[in-house]
Design a protein around this ligand. Structure first.
Ligand SMILES: *Cc1c(COP(=O)(O)O)cnc(C)c1O
Length: 456
């Protein structure tokens, strides 16, 4: 212990380090505050390793460590990664990558002034909401539309504006946790609406809703179980029947569609996700969905449906708190235009990835392997499955080709891939690191090749 104390006492003071020539250079490059922080952190690390039995580091090593800490602190922490997981809508990796046209629209809107809330014809104040509304109306067949920050915000707004201090009936089979511990029932409770749960986990019938309707009931709510699927002895009342029941009793029929799609996922051999126009045609008064799941655009929450209800939402104070930024609106508009022009599958990255054939992915994997030359020893291309992810199409997969790295040390290899530049996120399958190129853009293939060449 005495020896440890001695080594701790041998550590230089921050002030002494600042007055070395390297310390002065550190202040000159990083600024005094960052330099002092970095030196303190380097000393704290040294203290810990001394307590763990290490020797007192040399002053030059402490300064070098502080220089690297200060350098890292001055760098952004949010940066691009290569998604080689094959999970198309990976919420942890930022969900939908955006199309070139969307990015350009966002850049243009954000880099200067725009007519965001300015009516050019009248020369006076306009509304930011017009920019997405007419497109959403045309594409979904809705009377009116409103865009907010995300779908959780959309659900919160709808219930706050229409159901505060009233009852909303929902099936026990639809109390969804979105991810990251966020639960739809909690979002709903936040709105001040009282949830009335009906049915059982696996079966809820129309009469369950009917029996739960009381004086304080204002709406029947359906939540699309977008990130899990129940099979076997299950029943959920169809939306059409719910809408009929609601309207017959003077209530609203609301639907949280989660992912929300405008295109038919069955075209790609996947389960048919209910589309937004279908929900409206089935009689939902309002439908909410995400902008960055299967829609493939910037993060947003879309609300479409009755003009009268949308007007009430617009007037609610929460709408201001949940409002979207100009760059987002420009991106949403450009993304919706892809659908209007019938070019969504070619232009929107999410749909391009969904529609990519296993043969095409295999070709890319073989080219990558060939470029690795002798380093590719132990690697192979083999069939596998990609998933859509992001709270949509649970249990569904698309046939793909996987580039499998040599067997053994899978955890270590995956960690090495993550820690380089650019970080590569891969999957481990049967104790082997596998890369699914479905989610790797063509322009990222050279960088991925270099990372692999450096590692193998
Ligand atoms: C994903 C999801 C949400 C949340 O959407 P965000 O856009 O992430 O806020 C809400 N409800 C359902 C059913 C979902 O699948």
């Amino acid at each position: 212990m005495d020896d440890t104390n001695e080594r701790l006492r041998a550590l230089p003071a921050v002030d002494a380090l600042l007055h070395t020539s390297q310390g002065e250079a550190l202040v000159a490059s990083a600024g005094r505050d960052l330099a002092v922080d970095a030196l303190r952190s380097a000393l704290a690390e040294a203290r810990e390793s001394i307590l763990a039995g290490a020797a007192c580091p040399a002053t030059l090593d402490l300064l070098a460590r502080a220089l690297s800490l200060a350098g890292a602190a001055g760098e952004p922490t949010l940066h691009p990664v290569i998604n080689a997981t094959g999970v198309i809508l990976h919420t942890n990796l930022g969900r939908a990558p955006l199309s070139a046209a969307v990015l350009e629209a966002m850049r243009r809107a954000a880099s200067g002034y725009s007519n965001l809330e300015y009516d050019l014809a009248a020369g006076s104040r306009g509304s930011r909401y017009v920019h997405a509304e007419s497109l959403l109306r045309r594409l979904t067949g809705a009377e009116a539309a409103l865009v907010v920050n995300n779908n959780a915000g959309a659900v919160l707004l709808v219930l706050s504006a229409l159901a505060r201090d009233r009852e909303v009936v929902i099936s026990r089979g639809q109390l969804v946790e979105i991810g990251g511990g966020f639960r739809i029932p909690d979002v709903m409770a936040q709105s001040g609406a009282d949830l009335v749960e009906v049915g059982t986990t696996n079966r809820t019938y129309l009469q369950d809703y009917g029996c739960a309707i009381g004086e304080r009931t204002v709406a029947l709510l359906r939540v699309h179980t977008s990130n899990y699927r129940m099979e076997g002895f299950v029943h959920q009342a169809p939306l059409r029947d719910l809408a009929e029941l609601a309207h017959g009793r003077g209530l609203l029929c609301l639907e949280d569609l989660g992912s929300g799609t405008l295109l038919d996922t069955a075209r790609y051999g996947l389960h048919h996700e209910p589309t937004v126009p279908e929900s409206l045609a089935d009689g939902a008064d309002l439908v909410t969905f995400s902008g960055d799941k299967l829609l493939g655009g910037p993060q947003a929450g879309m609300i479409v449906g009755s003009a009268d209800l949308i007007r009430r939402l617009r007037e609610h104070p929460l709408t201001r708190a949940l409002r979207v930024d100009k760059a987002t609106l420009a991106g949403i508009q450009a993304n919706l235009l892809h659908y209007l022009r019938g070019e969504a599958v070619e232009e929107i990255p999410v749909w391009r990835m969904m529609s990519r054939s296993a043969e095409d992915i295999e070709r890319a994997a073989r080219e990558l392997l060939a470029a690795l030359g002798s380093r590719a020893e132990g690697c192979e291309v083999m069939p596998g499955l990609s998933t859509v992810g992001g709270g949509s199409l649970p249990g569904e997969s698309l046939p793909t080709a996987l580039l499998a790295l040599p067997a053994g040390h899978a955890e270590w290899l995956a960690e090495q891939l993550r820690s380089g530049d650019p970080p590569v996120i891969a999957r481990i399958q049967d104790d082997r690191v596998v890369l699914d190129l479905r989610t790797v853009a063509d322009q990222d293939l050279p960088a991925l090749g270099e990372r692999l060449a450096g590692l193998l």
